[in-house]
Design a protein. Sequence first.
Length: 122
Amino acid sequence: MSALAPLLAKAFHQAPAREANEQIAGQRNTRAEAGKEALSYEIVLDPAATLAETAERVLPKLVYFLDCRGLPLRAARGVFLSLFVGDQLYFVEATDVVAELASAAGTTLDELKRKHGADSVS
């Protein structure tokens, strides 16, 4: 079993990666709110990586991205992640990804925002 299993178990939808364009477009429409398409943040994950390694690689850019959009890490509504793992595509809410990877990294959401949020860049 992959070390990424706890993260991938949070997926609200899964599909073959070869159907990515169609599947991502469909999820953007399905998850739209107030006439505004949901946003997909796409990442290719190494299936052999641990959650801690994945957190180290993914969290800095993801936290910065969400914070720059004014989205709280605890409730980043309208954003989901499209995670490419091998030949599969997993769709996971951004908030769930941040929470799972923060736990794996042994850090808090407040600390992540301080270290990687929009105000961390001078």
